[in-house]
Design a protein. Structure first.
Lengths: 621, 273
């Protein structure tokens, strides 16, 4: 039997003890003593969320594919376990070997959203690893961060030894080899970090100095070590079929958020929505081949025993072999009690036909993401979804038996006017009218339309990275204006409107575009008890505001300030593929309400072509 | 595995069926589910050496092959011991369950100071004509008599595994051997112990009508002794689950392990059920 780090008394007194015992189906089992490198992979949120993340599963499987590495996992202990570990002074441990994380060579932390930053500190703290890179010794693990938030790593700079910019499949091998070489030479931690800094895509924050102007903006950002490059270029997989993928995903004992096989069909997006960070940093679009996906779908269903498979990507309707893939899967799962969970597809005749085959039409709902209420604003954000397409799609769906519609919007995007805001209600109303205009015998009795709006948070490496964010008060004013508009609609009884937390979006805005001066605020908020900030019940805005106050940092500097196009941005040292010139061009086109065609309609010259693959070369073989 | 709740164990076995390519039957409807039912849910924190689940299959290999296939995709701590064929007319295990055996061992450091006095009290407790306890119900608490629902309650000598049993008396040790000889204790293999040691054996009524949990009996015993039952005093393991086939007399019991109701499938050709 595997030993457990915790005894029954602890495990049986917390919620979901299975979060802490490991032992899941397809878990890697190795003898740590025979390994050159022990890597602990962390998702800084609760087990059920972390286990649902595809990226970690890929890297976990890939690292364990090496004979000299044992990759294990750790997730944020929930608040009940957090309390017990502190009370009893038990160091945080990895699930596989149940050994303390501090004894590992590496602690890799994925940064998927800004609101997990305090949990990063929780992980370090519970592991008994010094929070600051500068305080770590030869005995401490190398702490490395990756994921989309690493595209602006600055608010976390003091806490990490290395950031990995880009897709994880490419240079970890080089990093491990450098580590082994250093270890056998008896090299120091600093020497290893210098070697790491020379590997493409890796950023060692300690090797850079920042100076500031009197107005608070960045004056200069320069390497202070000859091994550190001026620019760090993102890493990416050029040919998706050559990249590592999982044949045997982990199967948790308890129900996790993504309790199914996840098949990544493509990476990147051709659409170019101007608010979307993922759509920019994952450029260019790269597809998997149909044969590859068929093969992996079958293997993963077999090795996991999952009863559901879902297709994962941005804008899945753009996958060129989607009909073939779906018809293969439909055949494959027939009679096996396996469901296909469809990603949100563009609603058209094809998707409605597929949806009617895989889900109960009466119970399922249609999802549209217009993101803005008016055509004018949709042109500003480059969301190529027209009112006509929405209404036609909805009409076809209603004729097909659907009667529930979800509409997703964002409030507070650049140039938004009151008309644009009210447009959310008008568009929802038009969908309802489309339903009631149909003859009674051709549709269900009643329609239910749920519109939700989140608040816009400008993100690095998007054309809106210069945009002014709304204040909390302004966000709420807009949400209430929309709410009131809904009440005036003729079919108000069929419409429902929800909006998100405003103060959370403001804080997310600070962390997303923050610089190194935000780091002390995160640490102070953590010291004051902030953790699991993305969980509504745990988020305490007052505590954060007190932390800003205590550190003398003004959150407004990062959110509501107008940024000059020539300002040095904290993330300018990263080359994410999309050039700053392109982003500026798109920012200008946005203000001119000019749509930019998608990558398949015409190249917009974003800069990602230099990577030499994907959609940029689709018709040029 | 003792940390995984019953619903998750069910989900776990549904996935085992798919991984092992068991040709299990599905219900109809828009979201078909596997025809599978468990004899008796096991509480979180309990070990077990005898859980049963019924499945319906369209076709099957031999028992030995099916056991092999399922164990090949099992995680540590869970093992299929036996796979047996039931008649199509057989009642479900769930509806047949009548009794279960439990071994309760003291967790290390939780043994009573005077073991002999403890077991003497246990004997007096079980010898009572009535054992009234308060049982929580939906509408509050009500008194019930535990006595007729406890079929056996005694001191046993529990050994962790088979090897230890065959190696006895070496393994049993001097005090254990003396105990075995003098008190004529039964010896039982149980995962509830790590070392051969004294333990409580319980056979209690189990099922949908009168389900007696071992904690309830131990709580009553400690009340009887005038002691507080501290949490985590015992590690319990369920050892067997029984059906009652009834006796010739009116109220006599004829308990048989559920295992005995099925028959081994010997031939290796897949045959349709």
């Amino acid at each position: 039997m595997r030993k457990l780090a915790l005894d029954d008394e602890i495990l049986l007194s917390v919620q979901q003890p299975a979060r802490y015992i490991g032992g899941e189906v397809n878990m890697a089992i190795k003898d740590p003593a025979k390994m050159d490198i022990r890597f602990c992979m962390c998702f800084p949120d609760v087990y059920e969320i972390g286990m649902s993340h595809l990226g970690i599963q890929i890297l976990y499987d890939m690292f364990n594919g090496r004979d000299d590495v044992y990759c294990e996992r750790v997730y944020s202990p929930w608040t009940d376990m957090d309390r017990l570990l502190r009370e009893k002074d038990i160091p945080l441990f990895a699930l596989e070997s149940q050994d303390p994380v501090k004894d590992f060579d590496f602690l890799g932390i994925t940064l998927q959203y800004e609101m997990c930053y305090t949990n990063v500190l929780q992980i370090l703290d519970l592991s008994h690893i010094p929070l600051h890179s500068a305080d770590r010794t030869e005995e401490d693990p190398i702490v490395i961060g990756g994921g989309p938030c690493a595209y602006n790593p600055e608010p976390l700079a003091p806490f990490f030894d290395i950031f990995y910019i880009g897709e994880g499949e490419t240079v970890y091998g080089q990093l491990f080899d450098a580590y082994k070489a250093g270890k056998s030479r008896g090299g120091s931690r600093k020497e290893f970090l210098e070697a790491a800094a020379r590997i493409p895509g890796l950023y060692v924050p300690a090797f850079y100095d920042v100076t500031y102007n009197s107005d608070g903006t960045i004056a200069d950002f320069k390497p202070n070590n000859p091994c550190a490059p001026e620019k760090v270029t993102k890493e990416l997989v050029v040919n998706m079929d050559d990249a590592w993928y999982i044949e045997k995903p982990l199967v948790p004992f308890i129900k996790v958020t993504q309790d199914r096989v996840v098949l990544e069909i493509q990476r990147g997006c051709i659409r170019g929505c101007r608010f979307c960070q993922a759509g920019n940093i994952y450029r260019p679009l790269r597809e998997h081949s149909l044969e590859y996906l068929k093969d992996y779908a079958v293997k993963m269903l077999k090795s996991t025993g999952h009863e559901e498979i879902s297709l994962s990507s941005l804008s899945s309707s753009d996958y060129s072999k989607l009909p073939e893939l779906i018809s293969f899967l439909l055949d494959e799962v027939k009679g096996k009690g396996i469901n296909i969970s469809l990603p949100s597809l563009r609603i058209d005749a094809f998707s409605l036909d597929v949806m009617s085959k895989v889900q109960d039409v009466k119970k399922s709902s249609l999802t549209f993401a217009p993101e803005a209420g008016s055509q004018r604003l949709r042109d500003v954000i480059n969301k190529g979804l027209t009112e006509e397409a929405i209404l036609n799609g909805a009409r076809d769906a209603f004729l097909g038996g659907w009667s529930r519609v979800k509409l997703y919007f964002m409030l507070g995007q650049p140039t938004e006017t009151e008309e644009d805001m009210k447009g959310i209600a008008y568009l929802s109303e038009k969908v309802a009218e489309t339903f009631y205009d149909l003859p009674v015998e051709q549709r269900q009795k009643r329609v239910q339309i749920v519109a939700s709006s989140s608040f816009f948070v400008p993100k690095p490496f998007t054309p809106f990275q210069w945009a002014k964010q709304c204040t909390k008060e302004e966000f709420l004013r807009r949400a209430w204006l929309v709410r009131d508009a809904f009440q005036e609609m003729k079919n108000a009884r069929s419409l429902k409107y929800n909006y998100h937390e405003a103060d959370l979006s403001v804080l997310e805005g600070v962390l997303a575009r923050g610089d190194r001066r935000v780091a002390p605020v995160i640490e102070e908020a953590y010291r004051r008890g902030a953790m699991f900030d993305s969980w509504g019940e745990n988020f305490d805005n007052d505590l954060w505001m007190a932390a800003f106050d205590a550190c003398g940092v003004d959150p407004d500097f990062y959110t509501v300030r107008d940024r000059d196009l020539d300002e040095k941005l904290p993330w300018d040292f990263i080359d994410a593929g999309v050039s700053k010139e392109f982003l500026k061009r798109e920012w200008k086109r946005a203000t001119e309400e000019t749509v930019t065609p998608n990558c398949r309609q015409g190249c917009a010259g974003c800069g990602a072509r230099v990577f030499g693959g994907g959609v940029c070369f689709e018709d040029k073989n | 595995m003792k940390f995984i709740g019953h619903l998750d164990i069910m989900r776990y076995f549904q996935k085992v069926m798919r991984r092992a390519d068991v040709d299990i039957r599905y219900s109809g409807g828009f979201s078909p589910h596997q025809i599978m039912s468990f004899a008796a849910p096991l509480g979180v924190g309990l070990l077990s050496n005898g859980e049963y689940l019924d499945i319906e299959v369209n076709s099957t290999d031999s028992s030995a092959e099916m056991v092999r296939r399922m164990n090949a995709v099992m995680s540590e701590g869970m093992e299929v011991i036996s796979y047996r064929r039931l008649d199509d007319s057989a009642k479900s295990a769930m509806s047949l369950v009548a009794a279960a055996d439990y071994v309760l061992a003291f967790r290390p450091g939780k043994e009573p100071e005077d073991l002999e006095a403890f077991f003497a009290a246990l004997e007096r407790f079980y010898a009572q004509p009535r054992i009234p306890v308060m049982k929580k119900t939906k509408s509050g608490e009500k008194e019930m008599d535990l006595k007729p629902l406890i079929y056996r309650m005694e001191r046993v000598w529990a050994v962790p595994d088979e090897k230890c049993l065959t190696a006895a008396p070496d393994c049993v040790g001097a005090s254990g051997e003396a105990a075995l000889n003098e008190k004529k204790l039964s010896v039982i293999i149980s995962g509830a112990v790590n070392e051969p040691s004294d333990a409580v054996f319980l056979q209690v009524c189990t099922g949908s009508t009168d389900n007696v949990k071992p904690e309830l009996v131990m709580k009553a015993l400690y009340d009887f002794m005038g002691l507080e039952l501290a949490p985590f005093t015992f590690q319990a393991e369920r050892e067997e689950v029984y059906a009652d086939l009834g006796g010739s007399g009116g109220d006599s019991r004829n308990l048989v392990p559920l295992e005995a109701l099925g028959e081994d499938i010997e031939q290796t050709d897949r045959y349709p059920a």
